[in-house]
Design a protein around this ligand. Structure first.
Ligand code: FO1
Length: 317
Protein backbone atom coordinates (compact mmCIF):
# COMPACT_ATOMS: atom_id res chain seq x y z
CA UNK A 1 0.00 0.00 0.00
CA UNK A 2 1.30 3.42 -1.03
CA UNK A 3 0.57 6.72 0.73
CA UNK A 4 0.60 9.97 -1.25
CA UNK A 5 0.47 13.46 0.29
CA UNK A 6 -1.34 15.94 -1.94
CA UNK A 7 -2.84 19.40 -2.20
CA UNK A 8 -4.78 20.66 -5.20
CA UNK A 9 -4.57 20.18 -8.96
CA UNK A 10 -0.87 19.18 -9.43
CA UNK A 11 -1.03 16.75 -6.54
CA UNK A 12 -4.30 15.28 -7.80
CA UNK A 13 -2.72 14.52 -11.20
CA UNK A 14 0.06 12.37 -9.73
CA UNK A 15 -2.42 10.78 -7.28
CA UNK A 16 -4.48 9.88 -10.34
CA UNK A 17 -1.44 8.36 -12.06
CA UNK A 18 -0.74 6.28 -8.95
CA UNK A 19 -4.41 5.27 -8.76
CA UNK A 20 -4.35 4.02 -12.37
CA UNK A 21 -1.03 2.23 -11.89
CA UNK A 22 -1.48 0.46 -8.54
CA UNK A 23 -3.83 -2.49 -7.92
CA UNK A 24 -7.29 -1.45 -6.59
CA UNK A 25 -7.27 -0.56 -2.91
CA UNK A 26 -3.50 0.01 -2.78
CA UNK A 27 -3.51 3.84 -2.63
CA UNK A 28 -4.27 6.19 0.25
CA UNK A 29 -4.05 9.92 -0.36
CA UNK A 30 -3.59 12.25 2.61
CA UNK A 31 -5.00 15.61 1.51
CA UNK A 32 -4.54 19.19 2.67
CA UNK A 33 -7.62 20.67 4.38
CA UNK A 34 -6.20 24.08 5.29
CA UNK A 35 -7.74 25.61 2.10
CA UNK A 36 -11.22 24.64 3.35
CA UNK A 37 -13.87 27.32 3.78
CA UNK A 38 -17.47 27.93 4.79
CA UNK A 39 -19.56 29.55 2.06
CA UNK A 40 -23.35 30.00 1.90
CA UNK A 41 -23.56 27.90 5.07
CA UNK A 42 -21.77 24.98 3.38
CA UNK A 43 -18.43 23.35 4.19
CA UNK A 44 -16.21 23.32 1.09
CA UNK A 45 -13.00 21.25 0.96
CA UNK A 46 -11.39 22.25 -2.36
CA UNK A 47 -8.33 20.01 -2.25
CA UNK A 48 -10.22 16.94 -1.02
CA UNK A 49 -12.78 17.51 -3.78
CA UNK A 50 -10.14 18.08 -6.46
CA UNK A 51 -8.51 14.73 -5.60
CA UNK A 52 -11.92 13.05 -5.31
CA UNK A 53 -13.25 14.34 -8.66
CA UNK A 54 -9.94 13.57 -10.39
CA UNK A 55 -9.84 9.95 -9.18
CA UNK A 56 -13.54 9.54 -10.03
CA UNK A 57 -12.86 10.79 -13.58
CA UNK A 58 -15.21 13.74 -13.02
CA UNK A 59 -12.77 16.67 -12.83
CA UNK A 60 -13.03 19.59 -15.20
CA UNK A 61 -10.02 19.08 -17.52
CA UNK A 62 -9.68 22.81 -18.23
CA UNK A 63 -9.40 24.03 -14.64
CA UNK A 64 -8.38 20.82 -12.85
CA UNK A 65 -10.88 21.70 -10.09
CA UNK A 66 -14.67 21.48 -10.17
CA UNK A 67 -16.72 19.03 -12.26
CA UNK A 68 -16.54 18.65 -16.05
CA UNK A 69 -19.65 20.03 -17.77
CA UNK A 70 -21.01 21.57 -14.57
CA UNK A 71 -23.54 24.40 -14.83
CA UNK A 72 -23.75 27.51 -12.65
CA UNK A 73 -27.50 28.11 -12.27
CA UNK A 74 -27.45 28.12 -8.45
CA UNK A 75 -24.62 30.65 -8.45
CA UNK A 76 -26.54 32.86 -10.94
CA UNK A 77 -29.58 32.77 -8.63
CA UNK A 78 -27.42 33.61 -5.62
CA UNK A 79 -26.10 36.56 -7.61
CA UNK A 80 -29.68 37.77 -8.16
CA UNK A 81 -30.04 37.69 -4.39
CA UNK A 82 -27.00 40.01 -4.36
CA UNK A 83 -24.74 37.46 -2.77
CA UNK A 84 -21.04 37.70 -3.59
CA UNK A 85 -20.24 34.92 -6.10
CA UNK A 86 -16.46 35.22 -6.61
CA UNK A 87 -15.90 31.54 -5.68
CA UNK A 88 -17.21 29.59 -8.66
CA UNK A 89 -19.18 26.66 -7.28
CA UNK A 90 -20.98 24.65 -9.97
CA UNK A 91 -24.42 23.08 -9.48
CA UNK A 92 -23.14 19.49 -9.16
CA UNK A 93 -20.26 20.68 -7.00
CA UNK A 94 -22.87 22.34 -4.75
CA UNK A 95 -24.43 18.91 -4.24
CA UNK A 96 -21.13 17.62 -2.85
CA UNK A 97 -20.96 20.49 -0.36
CA UNK A 98 -24.62 20.04 0.64
CA UNK A 99 -24.13 16.30 1.22
CA UNK A 100 -20.89 16.90 3.15
CA UNK A 101 -22.34 19.64 5.34
CA UNK A 102 -25.46 17.58 6.04
CA UNK A 103 -23.40 14.60 7.22
CA UNK A 104 -20.98 16.78 9.24
CA UNK A 105 -24.00 18.35 11.00
CA UNK A 106 -25.28 14.83 11.73
CA UNK A 107 -22.05 14.36 13.70
CA UNK A 108 -19.81 12.44 11.31
CA UNK A 109 -16.12 13.31 11.08
CA UNK A 110 -14.71 14.81 7.86
CA UNK A 111 -12.83 11.52 7.36
CA UNK A 112 -16.04 9.48 7.60
CA UNK A 113 -17.99 11.85 5.32
CA UNK A 114 -15.20 11.85 2.72
CA UNK A 115 -15.17 8.06 2.79
CA UNK A 116 -18.94 8.02 2.14
CA UNK A 117 -18.62 10.45 -0.78
CA UNK A 118 -15.73 8.46 -2.31
CA UNK A 119 -17.62 5.20 -2.00
CA UNK A 120 -20.65 6.75 -3.71
CA UNK A 121 -18.42 7.90 -6.57
CA UNK A 122 -16.92 4.42 -6.94
CA UNK A 123 -13.38 5.42 -5.94
CA UNK A 124 -11.27 2.40 -4.97
CA UNK A 125 -8.69 4.37 -3.03
CA UNK A 126 -8.89 6.06 0.34
CA UNK A 127 -8.90 9.84 0.34
CA UNK A 128 -7.97 10.93 3.85
CA UNK A 129 -8.32 14.52 5.06
CA UNK A 130 -5.09 15.40 6.92
CA UNK A 131 -7.13 16.11 10.09
CA UNK A 132 -10.75 16.20 11.20
CA UNK A 133 -10.41 19.50 13.08
CA UNK A 134 -11.03 22.66 11.00
CA UNK A 135 -7.73 24.29 10.00
CA UNK A 136 -7.46 27.52 8.02
CA UNK A 137 -4.42 28.95 6.22
CA UNK A 138 -4.00 32.71 6.50
CA UNK A 139 -1.50 34.61 4.40
CA UNK A 140 0.24 37.64 5.80
CA UNK A 141 0.55 40.09 2.90
CA UNK A 142 1.11 43.77 2.22
CA UNK A 143 -2.70 44.05 2.16
CA UNK A 144 -2.93 42.50 5.65
CA UNK A 145 -3.86 39.00 6.80
CA UNK A 146 -5.98 37.22 4.17
CA UNK A 147 -8.02 34.02 4.28
CA UNK A 148 -6.59 31.47 1.83
CA UNK A 149 -9.33 31.55 -0.83
CA UNK A 150 -9.61 35.33 -0.53
CA UNK A 151 -5.88 35.51 -1.41
CA UNK A 152 -5.97 32.69 -3.97
CA UNK A 153 -9.22 33.16 -5.88
CA UNK A 154 -10.69 36.59 -5.11
CA UNK A 155 -7.34 38.42 -5.29
CA UNK A 156 -5.80 36.05 -7.92
CA UNK A 157 -2.80 35.25 -5.64
CA UNK A 158 -1.22 38.56 -6.63
CA UNK A 159 -0.33 39.78 -3.11
CA UNK A 160 3.23 39.34 -1.88
CA UNK A 161 3.20 36.73 0.89
CA UNK A 162 5.46 37.55 3.84
CA UNK A 163 4.11 35.02 6.32
CA UNK A 164 1.88 31.94 6.54
CA UNK A 165 -0.23 30.79 9.50
CA UNK A 166 -2.29 27.64 9.92
CA UNK A 167 -5.08 28.61 12.30
CA UNK A 168 -6.41 25.75 14.43
CA UNK A 169 -3.39 23.51 13.75
CA UNK A 170 -2.26 23.30 17.40
CA UNK A 171 -5.55 21.60 18.33
CA UNK A 172 -5.38 19.15 15.41
CA UNK A 173 -4.12 15.55 15.58
CA UNK A 174 -3.39 13.03 12.83
CA UNK A 175 -6.59 11.01 12.41
CA UNK A 176 -6.45 7.29 13.17
CA UNK A 177 -6.96 6.67 9.42
CA UNK A 178 -3.89 8.78 8.59
CA UNK A 179 -1.83 7.16 11.37
CA UNK A 180 -2.84 3.72 10.13
CA UNK A 181 -2.03 4.60 6.52
CA UNK A 182 1.41 6.02 7.36
CA UNK A 183 2.30 3.11 9.64
CA UNK A 184 1.39 0.52 6.96
CA UNK A 185 2.74 2.33 3.88
CA UNK A 186 5.38 0.58 1.78
CA UNK A 187 6.38 3.95 0.33
CA UNK A 188 5.35 7.56 0.91
CA UNK A 189 5.14 10.02 -1.97
CA UNK A 190 4.95 13.81 -1.70
CA UNK A 191 3.04 14.89 -4.82
CA UNK A 192 4.10 17.99 -6.80
CA UNK A 193 1.93 20.33 -4.71
CA UNK A 194 2.85 23.71 -3.23
CA UNK A 195 5.35 22.87 -0.44
CA UNK A 196 4.27 25.83 1.70
CA UNK A 197 0.47 25.93 1.58
CA UNK A 198 -0.44 22.40 0.38
CA UNK A 199 2.13 19.95 1.82
CA UNK A 200 3.16 22.46 4.54
CA UNK A 201 -0.11 22.22 6.50
CA UNK A 202 -0.04 18.40 6.35
CA UNK A 203 3.47 18.38 7.84
CA UNK A 204 2.36 20.94 10.44
CA UNK A 205 -0.34 18.69 11.94
CA UNK A 206 1.25 18.01 15.35
CA UNK A 207 2.89 14.58 15.35
CA UNK A 208 2.52 13.86 11.65
CA UNK A 209 5.99 14.98 10.56
CA UNK A 210 7.52 12.69 13.22
CA UNK A 211 5.33 9.76 12.14
CA UNK A 212 6.66 10.20 8.60
CA UNK A 213 10.28 10.57 9.70
CA UNK A 214 10.07 7.42 11.83
CA UNK A 215 8.94 5.21 8.91
CA UNK A 216 11.93 3.40 7.39
CA UNK A 217 10.35 3.09 3.93
CA UNK A 218 11.20 5.01 0.75
CA UNK A 219 9.92 8.57 1.03
CA UNK A 220 10.03 10.41 -2.26
CA UNK A 221 8.93 13.90 -3.34
CA UNK A 222 8.23 15.28 -6.80
CA UNK A 223 9.15 18.90 -7.45
CA UNK A 224 6.31 21.29 -8.33
CA UNK A 225 8.95 23.77 -9.54
CA UNK A 226 10.36 23.16 -13.02
CA UNK A 227 12.97 25.44 -14.55
CA UNK A 228 12.55 27.89 -11.67
CA UNK A 229 8.78 28.27 -12.23
CA UNK A 230 5.70 26.76 -10.61
CA UNK A 231 3.78 24.57 -13.03
CA UNK A 232 0.64 26.35 -11.73
CA UNK A 233 -0.29 28.66 -8.88
CA UNK A 234 1.89 30.96 -6.77
CA UNK A 235 4.45 28.47 -5.34
CA UNK A 236 7.39 30.16 -7.10
CA UNK A 237 6.59 33.68 -5.89
CA UNK A 238 5.73 32.37 -2.42
CA UNK A 239 9.06 30.55 -2.11
CA UNK A 240 10.89 33.74 -3.08
CA UNK A 241 9.01 36.15 -0.83
CA UNK A 242 9.44 33.76 2.13
CA UNK A 243 13.22 33.62 1.61
CA UNK A 244 13.60 30.24 -0.08
CA UNK A 245 15.42 29.53 -3.34
CA UNK A 246 12.92 29.46 -6.22
CA UNK A 247 13.96 26.09 -7.61
CA UNK A 248 13.54 22.36 -7.19
CA UNK A 249 16.47 22.63 -4.76
CA UNK A 250 14.52 25.21 -2.69
CA UNK A 251 11.62 22.72 -2.45
CA UNK A 252 13.90 19.77 -1.61
CA UNK A 253 15.50 21.82 1.17
CA UNK A 254 12.08 22.27 2.80
CA UNK A 255 11.76 18.48 2.91
CA UNK A 256 15.32 17.82 4.17
CA UNK A 257 15.36 15.27 6.98
CA UNK A 258 12.02 13.76 5.87
CA UNK A 259 12.55 12.58 2.28
CA UNK A 260 15.22 10.21 1.05
CA UNK A 261 14.48 10.69 -2.63
CA UNK A 262 13.52 13.64 -4.83
CA UNK A 263 12.27 13.65 -8.40
CA UNK A 264 13.19 16.61 -10.59
CA UNK A 265 12.51 17.46 -14.20
CA UNK A 266 15.13 17.06 -16.92
CA UNK A 267 15.15 20.86 -17.19
CA UNK A 268 16.64 20.93 -13.66
CA UNK A 269 19.26 18.17 -14.11
CA UNK A 270 22.02 20.60 -13.08
CA UNK A 271 20.48 20.82 -9.55
CA UNK A 272 20.90 17.07 -8.89
CA UNK A 273 24.28 17.37 -7.14
CA UNK A 274 23.09 20.10 -4.76
CA UNK A 275 19.94 18.13 -3.89
CA UNK A 276 22.05 15.02 -3.24
CA UNK A 277 24.10 17.10 -0.81
CA UNK A 278 20.86 17.47 1.24
CA UNK A 279 21.02 13.70 1.82
CA UNK A 280 18.55 12.70 -0.92
CA UNK A 281 18.83 10.41 -3.91
CA UNK A 282 17.70 12.16 -7.09
CA UNK A 283 15.74 10.92 -10.09
CA UNK A 284 15.91 13.18 -13.16
CA UNK A 285 12.98 12.50 -15.48
CA UNK A 286 10.19 14.29 -17.39
CA UNK A 287 7.69 15.46 -14.73
CA UNK A 288 5.19 17.62 -16.61
CA UNK A 289 1.80 15.89 -16.74
CA UNK A 290 -0.12 17.18 -19.76
CA UNK A 291 -2.07 14.03 -20.69
CA UNK A 292 -3.57 11.31 -18.49
CA UNK A 293 -0.91 8.99 -19.97
CA UNK A 294 1.77 11.34 -18.57
CA UNK A 295 0.27 10.87 -15.08
CA UNK A 296 0.59 7.09 -15.17
CA UNK A 297 4.05 7.28 -16.78
CA UNK A 298 5.34 9.57 -14.02
CA UNK A 299 3.64 7.44 -11.35
CA UNK A 300 5.40 4.33 -12.69
CA UNK A 301 8.79 6.03 -12.70
CA UNK A 302 8.25 7.32 -9.14
CA UNK A 303 7.20 3.84 -7.96
CA UNK A 304 10.27 2.29 -9.67
CA UNK A 305 12.44 4.89 -7.92
CA UNK A 306 10.88 3.84 -4.58
CA UNK A 307 11.65 0.18 -5.37
CA UNK A 308 15.24 1.09 -6.23
CA UNK A 309 15.64 3.01 -2.91
CA UNK A 310 14.14 0.06 -1.00
CA UNK A 311 16.60 -2.37 -2.66
CA UNK A 312 19.55 -0.08 -1.99
CA UNK A 313 18.67 0.30 1.69
CA UNK A 314 18.15 -3.47 2.16
CA UNK A 315 21.47 -4.26 0.44
CA UNK A 316 23.19 -1.90 2.90
CA UNK A 317 21.84 -3.93 5.87
N1 FO1 B 1 -10.14 28.14 -8.06
C1 FO1 B 1 -10.19 29.30 -8.74
O1 FO1 B 1 -9.16 29.77 -9.22
N2 FO1 B 1 -11.38 30.00 -8.88
C2 FO1 B 1 -12.55 29.53 -8.38
O2 FO1 B 1 -13.60 30.18 -8.52
C3 FO1 B 1 -12.53 28.26 -7.70
C4 FO1 B 1 -13.67 27.67 -7.21
C5 FO1 B 1 -13.61 26.40 -6.64
C6 FO1 B 1 -14.78 25.76 -6.22
C7 FO1 B 1 -14.72 24.50 -5.65
C8 FO1 B 1 -13.48 23.86 -5.51
O3 FO1 B 1 -13.42 22.62 -4.96
C9 FO1 B 1 -12.31 24.48 -5.92
C10 FO1 B 1 -12.36 25.75 -6.48
N3 FO1 B 1 -11.21 26.38 -6.92
C11 FO1 B 1 -11.27 27.60 -7.56
C12 FO1 B 1 -9.90 25.77 -6.72
C13 FO1 B 1 -9.27 26.11 -5.37
O4 FO1 B 1 -9.46 27.40 -4.93
C14 FO1 B 1 -7.76 25.90 -5.42
O5 FO1 B 1 -7.37 25.06 -6.46
C15 FO1 B 1 -7.19 25.24 -4.20
O6 FO1 B 1 -7.73 25.63 -2.99
C16 FO1 B 1 -5.67 25.39 -4.17
O7 FO1 B 1 -5.17 24.13 -4.05
Amino acid sequence: MIVALAGGVGGAKLADGLYRTLPAGQLRVVVNTADDLDLFGLRICPDVDTVMYTLAGLANPETGWGIAGDTFEALAMLSRYERDVWFKVGDRDFATHIARTDRLRAGLSLTAVTSELCRALGIQAEILPMADEPIATRLLTGAGSLEFQDYFVRRHHEDLVIGVEFHGIAAARPTSAVQNAVSRAEAIIFCPSNPIVSIGPILAVPGLRDLLIQRAVPKVGVSPIVGGRALRGPADRMLGSLGHEISAYGVAKLYQGILDGFVIDEADARLAGRIESLGMHVLVTPTIMTTTGDRADLAMRVLDFCTQLRQESSSRL
